[in-house]
Design a binder for this molecule. Structure first.
Ligand SMILES: [Zn+2]
Length: 178
């Protein structure tokens, strides 16, 4: 069995309409949180800026949440603008839903697909592992990884999931030799 890995190479951009210039793209840049204490309640925002005019917007991460409800390590991450916390926050689907944006993964990920050994016996089974939640169409990923045409993918790939529907969940497929 061959393992393939889908990995991000940087943080994705956000498809988010700027209220000033109407550009539809924002970035977390280096990644910065803002934490505001109000008595025993905390607001936490992730700051993003418009890629065309630099206007900063705040995305709500936590709103009026009791201090004691926070994991201390998570709070430290917010205060330190820890890159792992920035990534985990940005990639959490809840943040996108609450703040009405989608992630733009173009140019922000890669497929690591080691070539099959020449002596590998057919059929070859490939296990696709998602290290980051990059939504990919399996047929395009497979065509890219194997250097196959669309027709070859249709003819030579056996898979239990729909090849045309984008997924962020790992899957397995089999390549037949003709
Ligand atoms: Zn703007």
């Amino acid at each position: 069995m061959l393992p393939w890995f889908v990995r991000r190479t940087r943080l994705p951009l956000l498809s988010l309409r700027c209220v000033d210039c109407r550009s539809a793209s924002a970035t977390t840049g280096e990644g910065r949180f803002r934490v505001n204490a109000n008595g025993k309640l905390l607001d936490v925002w992730l700051l993003v800026r418009c890629v065309s005019c630099d206007r900063t917007s705040k995305l709500t991460v936590h709103e009026r949440a009791p201090v004691r409800s926070f994991d201390p390590a998570a709070l430290d991450g917010y205060h330190a603008n820890d890159p792992a916390s920035v990534a985990a926050t940005l990639l959490d689907p809840l943040l996108a839903r609450r703040n009405r944006f989608t992630l733009d993964w173009r140019g922000a990920w890669r497929l690591d697909a080691p070539p099959a050994r020449p002596d590998e016996a057919w059929p070859v089974q490939v296990d696709v592992v998602f290290e980051d939640p990059v939504p990919v169409r399996p047929d395009r990923l497979i065509a890219q990884g194997l250097g196959f045409s669309r027709n070859e993918v249709l003819r030579r790939i056996k898979c239990d999931i729909s090849l045309r529907r984008p997924t962020i969940a790992g899957f397995t497929f089999v390549v037949t030799d003709s």
